[in-house]
Ligand binder design. Structure first.
Ligand SMILES: *Cc1c(COP(=O)(O)O)cnc(C)c1O
Length: 397
């Protein structure tokens, strides 16, 4: 039997990716050269968003998007209870207070009733919905909810590059900002394409794009119309606000450009593997079920393949969580390295101590967390790897 270690996710780097980076190394620019803008253009072309700003990470993208959305000390921002901590941290970096809306435990996506309730109570400056696992959150409805209180929407599309959702007979790409003010991407190696570390902010707002470009490089600009000492000299620049060093290097953008050419292929392969999981797991539906498809999903990006262990009759959530832990450990002993996405963020001591947990009382997030398990899924997996995971799970779960 094949027992090579199977991680839950991993990059796919080919010789042409390596050649693209080596070419860049032999050239004139290691950072802030022509590859940055070309990569940004490729992201625009693919998603349909008119402006893209490449930054050092998805987390940096969230931070700057929150700044551009105007989050300030005293403001609140609402995000999903089931996400990576960075979705909330972006709000907190700006001095804002994250509040958490609950999720639908069947999909892991933000629950609209809970969101409406949180928005009514907290009147947030931003809403940060998360495209959990690769399905787009209900953005058209979320945008309507946001507009009622003048909040901005930042789509956390770290999982969903390559996803397509349907709205009024239109097919719309994740990250395109058709129903959000900003979208953020991550290019961490487990994500759908990689630049090692990296991220981007997408927007339709040209003024916001200009400000984001300045914020990623210390808040510095050379715009003659805005310089307070325009005749100082050709070297002159000004820092007009407190920005950061959040740039993405030319080397990384060269890798990103090369990876973009494969994105469609990667996403199709992720969908094929997921379909195989769906089919092979169907006979065990009383014990394990994949996350439900959201009604608006036209194409899933399948960053993750998450299953839920099903609760047995009279089984408490605590017992389910314990059983899930046993399965997780037993799978590791077969060298199948599952992962848990995610620990509810309001459970994190940092947020718990700040009492940001108020909107997670019910709680779909706790239910979701107790039974969730992310199975290995990455484009380079073989069909036989899927068979091996399902065989192990059928025995252990
Ligand atoms: C990966 C991820 C991020 C952060 O991306 P980094 O590039 O690691 O900073 C943010 N949100 C979600 C949902 C993610 O999965």
């Amino acid at each position: 039997m094949n027992d090579a270690p199977l991680p839950y996710g991993r990059q796919w780097i080919d010789d042409d990716d390596i050649a693209a980076v080596v070419d860049c190394l032999r050239g004139d620019w290691l950072t802030q050269g022509p590859a940055v803008e070309r990569f940004e253009q490729a992201l625009c072309g693919y998603t349909g968003a008119p402006y893209a700003v490449a930054v050092a990470s998805g987390t940096a993208a969230l931070h700057l998007a929150c700044m551009a959305a105007g989050v300030q000390p005293g403001d609140t921002g609402v995000t999903s209870a089931i996400t990576f901590v960075a979705s909330a941290n972006g709000i907190a970096y700006c001095g804002g207070r994250p509040e958490f809306a609950d999720v639908d435990p069947r999909t892991g996506l933000i629950d609209l009733d809970s969101l409406r309730d949180a928005v009514r109570r907290h009147r947030p400056r931003v809403i940060v919905p998360v495209d959990m696992a690769g399905q787009v959150a209900a953005l058209p409805e979320i945008q309507r909810i946001a507009r009622e209180v003048g909040a901005h929407v930042i789509e956390d599309a770290a999982h969903s590059l390559g996803a397509v959702y349907r709205h009024e007979d239109m097919m719309i790409r994740a990250g395109g900002c058709a129903h959000s003010d900003f979208a953020i991407l991550s290019f961490h190696p487990v994500k759908n394409i990689t630049t090692a570390e990296g991220g981007a902010i997408l927007t339709r707002d040209p003024a916001a794009a200009t400000r984001l470009r300045e914020l990623r490089t210390h808040g510095i600009h050379r715009d003659p119309a805005r310089l307070t000492r325009p005749t100082e000299g050709p070297w002159y620049y000004e820092q007009s606000e407190l920005g950061y060093h959040y740039r993405l290097s030319d080397l990384q953008c060269a890798l990103g450009l090369s990876q973009m050419q494969k994105l469609e292929r990667f996403v199709m392969r992720r969908n094929d593997l997921a379909a195989r999981y769906d089919r092979l797991l169907a006979p065990y539906a009383d014990r394990v079920q994949p996350l439900a498809k959201a009604p608006g999903t036209y194409r899933h990006a399948y960053h993750l393949y998450v299953v839920q262990l099903q609760r047995r009759p009279n089984e408490s959530l605590e017992d389910l969580a314990h059983r899930r832990k046993q399965v997780f450990i037993a799978m590791r002993e077969c060298k199948i390295y599952c992962q848990i996405h995610y620990i509810p963020v309001p459970m994190q001591p940092y947020y718990r101590d700040r009492r940001c947990a108020t909107d997670c009382g019910s709680c779909g997030a706790k239910q979701y967390y107790a039974g969730c398990l992310s199975l290995p899924l990455f484009p380079r997996m073989n069909d036989e790897d899927v068979d091996r995971v399902v065989a192990a799970l059928a025995e252990l779960a």
